[in-house]
Design a protein around this ligand. Structure first.
Ligand code: SAH
Ligand code: SF4
Ligand code: F3S
Length: 474
């Protein structure tokens, strides 16, 4: 991997902070509030922080560096951040804890203003485009004892070669693109993450090969719109270096499918409007690509979809699902749905329920519409009263739970390939893993099975997990 100059520059600051920390073994804690991209950013932050000599801790009374990686996709994140900052005030007063806040919410001016005014003890604020400069920013805070705000509102470049400390030793995430060009009218992400930029095929392949070498079995490819990988580059004739025949999302899947050691490939999120035939064929053809596809619906009503600027209709979505089901054996689907978008009528909501009934999703992530400052949705006049939003949410949830029960029953009596992730959190005597369709399976078995794909007989179903049985062969 070619290390960016900017990242090389940061190595100097990493060294500098490490020197400051000599013989101190200071402790750090990181709180990650957002999506998988945000988590992957936190893994990079942890990589840099640990190279600077900090050791991770969960005990808040011994933290020397507290980092919060924020999300702003929905409103509740703000309450959570300000609550957390209140808690950290004591650590600051008693221990002089350095408080650093980064991530998507820091790209919002009204938020950084509020922090400056109401939480003046915050030491460092950094944005989504300046994450790679964390060592430099931290060293300035430590040396100059100054507060620092380092936020760029232009689209950051893609930086290569940052150290990384991954959360799991079984599953790894690889960001393949940053930003979003879709501007769905409810969504803040394009404003805080900037425009779409794809990583180079070579850098991605090298990272996945490295992950495979380290023993990881599953890789998840991340981006706000993964199936438009390299599209902007192709359309605008922005030069990029083809590598192993990769010039699109479909060809990327095929190339990763060939990497030895990797047994499972997942990706989030694709956009229904970019689900071209070559992508469907690649999923069907590549044995390692999991047949669970996340296909965000958002709403089942064509009117609402238009107001949301999603660029597909109810019928187009259902046709796409039919086409995928026909071409991809054992396909299962998961989705995201927003209830209570401005102007959503009872009839519109019924359309959403109708699609949910027809598609029979394996997993539905449900959200109550949340107004985001600066988005077109926030300026729409026909906002839905909270009470109606909540009632609709409950109806959708009831339908999904009813479907889940039925779906779970289909697993009982089958044999499933399960990637074993570790010991069960609730019961240390049991192991836990996931099926191709991402269902949690809990079972009794020897620890040597961790990080292996094993065949399990499914013996019972429970709302949010299945119980499996492992039979030692031979
Ligand atoms: N790029 C991805 C993920 C975006 S954020 C995609 O397009 O699917 C994850 C989910 O949060 C979205 O799919 C959407 O369902 C939800 N979401 C985004 N903005 C929201 C808002 N203002 N209110 C409620 N839910 C929202
Ligand atoms: Fe937001 Fe839409 Fe982009 Fe997803 S595709 S990040 S929902 S604007
Ligand atoms: Fe949140 Fe930013 Fe992800 S707003 S959902 S952390 S891209």
């Amino acid at each position: 991997m070619e290390v960016s100059n900017e990242v090389n520059e940061q190595k100097k600051y990493i060294k500098k902070v490490k020197e400051i920390n000599t013989n101190k073994s200071p402790k750090y804690n990181i709180l990650t509030m957002g999506c998988q991209l945000n988590e992957n950013d936190s893994e990079k932050l942890c990589g840099m922080i640990e190279e600077m000599g900090y050791v991770k801790t969960d005990k808040m009374d011994e933290v020397d560096l507290a980092v919060i990686n924020t999300c702003c996709v929905r409103e509740n994140a703000e309450d959570r951040l300000f609550g957390k900052l209140g808690d950290l005030k004591k650590a600051k007063q008693t221990r002089g804890t350095i408080i650093a806040i980064g991530g998507c919410m820091m790209q919002e001016e009204h938020i950084t203003k509020k922090i400056k005014q109401s939480y003046p003890y915050v030491d460092l604020i950094f944005g989504t485009h300046t994450l790679h400069k964390f060592p430099e920013d931290l060293s300035k805070v430590l040396e100059e004892k100054n507060k620092l705000i380092d936020i760029l509102d232009i689209d950051g470049k893609v930086y290569e070669g940052l150290p990384i400390k991954r959360d799991s030793s079984v599953k790894a995430s690889v960001t393949i693109m940053n930003g979003c060009n879709n501007f769905c009218s409810y969504c803040i992400v394009p404003y805080v993450r900037g425009r779409e930029r794809s990583r180079s095929p070579k850098d991605i392949i090298q990272e996945v090969k490295e992950i495979a070498k380290q023993g990881y079995k599953e890789v998840t490819l991340l981006g706000q719109n993964v199936n438009s990988y390299l599209r902007v580059e192709r359309e605008k004739n922005i030069p990029f270096e083809e590598y192993e025949g990769i010039n699109s999302f479909a060809t990327l899947l095929k190339a990763i499918n060939k990497i030895d050691g990797i047994e499972r490939i997942r990706f989030v999120s694709p956009h229904p409007k970019d689900f071209t035939d070559d992508v469907i064929e690649a999923i069907a053809e590549c044995d390692k690509v999991c047949k669970l596809v996340h296909l965000p619906l958002q709403s089942g009503s064509t009117n609402v979809l238009e107001a949301m600027n999603r660029k597909y209709t109810k019928e187009q979505y259902l046709n796409l699902v039919e086409k995928m089901k026909a071409k991809i054996p054992n396909l299962t689907l998961s989705t995201d749905i927003i209830v209570g978008f401005p102007g959503e009528t009872e009839e519109d909501f019924e359309d959403t329920l109708d699609v949910v009934r027809k598609v029979n999703f394996e997993q539905v992530y449900m959200f109550i519409y949340s107004r985001r400052v600066g988005t077109p949705g926030d300026k729409m006049e026909n906002q839905i009263p909270e009470e109606i939003k909540h009632k609709r949410f409950d109806r959708l949830k009831a339908l999904f739970e009813e479907q889940t029960k039925k779906n779970n029953q289909k697993y009982v009596g089958t044999t499933q390939k399960v990637l074993v992730e570790g010991k069960s959190k609730n019961n240390g005597d049991m192991l836990t893993g996931r099926t191709d369709s991402n269902k949690v399976v809990v079972f009794e078995g020897p620890e040597e099975l961790i990080n292996k794909v094993v065949d399990l007989d499914i013996i019972s179903e429970h709302m949010w997990y299945l119980k499996g049985q492992f039979e030692r062969k031979g």
